[in-house]
Design a protein around this ligand. Structure first.
Ligand SMILES: Cc1cc2nc3c(=O)[nH]c(=O)nc-3n(C[C@H](O)[C@H](O)[C@H](O)COP(=O)(O)O)c2cc1C
Length: 371
């Protein structure tokens, strides 16, 4: 799946700019008869209502500024995402716990959707090279001499990363590589263990929200093992990299592995791959790795059934298909056979990737040209 083009995000910004700025101005002018018509209680405090409408109007103006100059509006985008997230949260909270009229729920849902849109837009703007990496094939490898040895790193709770890496490995081997696969072993092995219990699922999820990485046992792979390629695979946990894979990078001893080495990132998840990928690339780049490719592979099925099927899988530890939704429910948990085949092709493409000319050669080439 390709990332959404920036143009679409810009148009979505314009849409909410019109809805927020135009909609709030119009609502403020006619809210009394409209509320009476829809049986929405009139605001208890007209000044507070004016302030809220005015604030929402301002968000619309900011959204318009983002539409005009997205590259220069990163802070505005962060502000808008936070404001919309806050609005959505308060509205949904009041609807559930304080008997808020359904009319306001429309605004809450709109704001919740836009929180996600703004965050996705932000992810694209702050890492434009990721869009390029996702749309081009394999980039040229570094000039470092090839050893044809690859290290595959990851962690797997429910075995999808395992299966994905196994197929990448087959592709690499077919391309002449000797492959070592090392799965990170968390120190809290009783917490990150399959099958999950509801309590452990909640603990892992809360820690994932707080982005608390998990400490892992020392890897056996060493920087001087001579790998010319590393494939690092992470699943998504709560819209980001899994704590255990992040634990690989958290340990400074492991960062040397990546220094000057070609690295490919693989994200495997139900659907939210972008932030996980951005985080992985960020870690690799901070560790001095040379990114050559990114890939993501998503579970089979369509939303929202894919989401609910994942939840049931995590709770019951097996595929459960409610009879009522049989037609729509994903038939399996994890990646399709076609996606696994593609990962093998990906492995092969990595094995035969081009290499930048060595520095001496490019200098000589440059001189010859000059002469
Ligand atoms: C605690 C937890 C949280 C998850 N959160 C997300 C999520 O936010 N977005 C998503 O797309 N997938 C999410 N998933 C699904 C996993 O990314 C997906 O099942 C992946 O295939 C797991 O890889 P594994 O089978 O190798 O462990 C979550 C899974 C778990 C266990």
């Amino acid at each position: 799946m390709r990332p959404l083009p920036l143009k679409i995000f810009r148009w979505l910004c314009l849409l909410t700019a019109l809805a927020n700025a135009g909609g709030n101005a119009a609502l403020y002018l006619v809210y009394e008869p409209v509320f009476a018509w829809l049986s929405v209680p009139q605001p208890a405090d007209p000044f507070a209502f004016a302030a809220t409408t005015g604030f929402s109007f301002t968000i619309g103006v900011l959204a318009f500024a983002i539409y005009l100059r997205p590259q220069e509006s990163i802070s505005a985008l962060v502000g808008c995402a936070l404001a919309k997230g806050l609005y959505a949260f308060v509205t949904l909270y009041m609807f559930v716990f304080a008997d808020l009229h359904w009319f306001w729920l429309i605004f809450g849902v709109w704001d919740a959707v836009y929180t996600v849109i703004f965050l996705l837009f932000l992810a694209q703007l702050v890492k434009p090279d990721l869009t390029a990496l996702n749309t081009t094939g394999i980039r040229m490898g570094s000039a470092k001499p090839r050893t044809n040895k690859a290290l595959l790193l990851g962690f797997s709770l429910t075995k999808n990363v395992d299966k994905g890496l196994a197929r990448v490995s087959q592709g690499l081997e077919a391309g002449g590589y000797e492959v070592t696969t090392e799965m990170a072993v968390p120190i809290e092995s009783e917490l990150f263990a399959w099958p999950l219990t509801v309590a452990r699922f909640v603990r892992i999820s809360v820690r994932a929200v707080l982005r608390r990485p998990a400490k892992i046992h020392r890897l056996s792979a060493k920087a001087d093992d001579g790998y010319d390629l590393i494939v690092v695979a992470s699943q998504t946990w709560l819209a980001g990299m899994s704590a255990v894979v992040e634990g690989i990078f958290e340990d400074p001893d492991n960062r040397g592995l990546f220094e000057g080495t070609d690295v490919a990132s693989l994200t495997i998840c139900r659907g939210l791959w972008r932030r996980t990928q951005a985080m992985t690339v960020d870690w690799v780049e901070r560790s001095g790795g040379h990114m050559v490719a990114v890939r993501h592979a998503l579970h089979v099925g369509r939303e929202p059934f894919r989401f609910f099927s994942l939840m049931l899988y995590l709770v019951f530890g097996k595929v459960t298909r409610p009879r009522l939704f049989h037609r729509f429910w994903p038939k399996k948990y994890g990646l399709s056979d076609a996606d696994l085949d593609e990962l093998e092709v990906f492995g092969h493409a990595l094995a035969v990737r081009d290499r930048l000319p060595p520095i001496e050669q490019s200098i000589t080439g440059g001189n010859e040209h000059a002469l």
